[in-house]
Unconditional design. Sequence first.
Length: 411
Amino acid sequence: MDYVKITPTTIKSETMANKADLIVGIQWGDEGKGKIVDLLAQQYDFVARYQGGHNAGHTIVLGGKKYALHIIPSGVLNPKAINIIGNGTVICPDAFIEEAAQFGDLSGRLFISKNAHLILGCHIALDQAKEARLGEKKIGTTGRGIGTAYADKVARVGVRVGDLADREGVIEAILSRYEQLCQIAPPKAEIASAVARWAEKLLAFAADTTQMLWKALDEGKKILLEGAQGTLLDLDHGAYPFVTSSNTIAAGACSGAGLAPKEIGRVIGITKAYCTRVGNGPFATEQENSIGDRLREKGEEFGTSTGRARRCGWFDAPLAKFACRLNGADELALMKLDVFDGFEKIQACVDYADGEPVYKTFAGWDKVAKARSFGDLPKAAQNYVAAIEELVGVKITLISTGADRNDTIYR
Ligand code: GDP
Ligand code: IMO
Ligand code: MG
């Protein structure tokens, strides 16, 4: 029989193959992905978004100034990183133009996949109308047209960034989407002027980003993939229908950026030391009481995109374990440990019995805020970190003790 011979050279090329690293939210989003991507971007040549749209709100705090990024990758504050908005994303052109304006000239530092789909006004109107119709049963979307734009993509009637090159064709396509989704379309002249604006501002960045990423990998460049939302909002693996409309998990990066599964390297899961969720859907460890209020206040848990109050509750270890398995997380970053400062006791869900969370209680601590080494943490905080690590079964390699880049402990 003919076997492929494994020689030292094939082993070498396999283990040395350049791979892209990935940041993924382990909970329901807002874990602090923006802070970590910004921090790590200093070591990467490329930062690429692979799914979602401007439903995301990734915050970076740099020298006391706060930046909220929605569709532009969180590598943008690092002058050396090239930022990619991948084919798996959905882009609202006017929101993109407004967001990009605050960063000055991005040419050569930002590229948008020609295959990424556009979020049109009719998608936004329909998203909001659907939610209004659902009333109490609404999903609690960001109202940004995410689900309706992805629905058009899947139905093969969507409009892509690259389509803007054919002005007449794209105007007709957009008119048709309005007529079908909203029964009424804006005047053609209005669409034509929007298309002219979008073409001017977006086509300058349009590229075959898959080829760009392949070339980067082949040349040994370092790529960081930036997930949006979180694992528990994944279209397939979250609590449907209380999910977003894309695959937020690590696997989504393959289709959403054009990389092969074997080209994904380190998978870094981002989790808060507690849980939050915006919008509706199951949240077993939610604390609709003074504990939840305290977490919201101390953690400033209000949406980066919509300003909505986030629902707050204790850490859920079984869900985190599930999320780490789905993503193949190699390591975890534990965020916002400082929010527990001053708590007398802290709880974490360690198991479920008859569908109800089983909690373990931990001693609280005075202060971890701004701590920059593990040894500086109070013993109780060290114990909490070690317990989470053990419960989830994934090493915690980074602990965040404040919003600033520098309030970070590496282990
Ligand atoms: P993302 O969507 O995952 O990027 O997270 P968001 O930016 O929506 O929400 C995280 C919030 O927590 C932001 O306001 C961050 O500035 C802030 N933040 C990040 N890490 C820490 C931390 O360790 N401690 C505190 N107190 N705030 C943090
Ligand atoms: P980042 O990237 C938290 C939630 C919405 C809603 C559900 C569906 O900042 O972590 P959608 O508008 O996507 O159709 O809404 O998903 N959601 C997020 N929650 N963080 C996000 O992004 C989110 N993006 C969407 O609140 O429950
Ligand atoms: Mg966010």
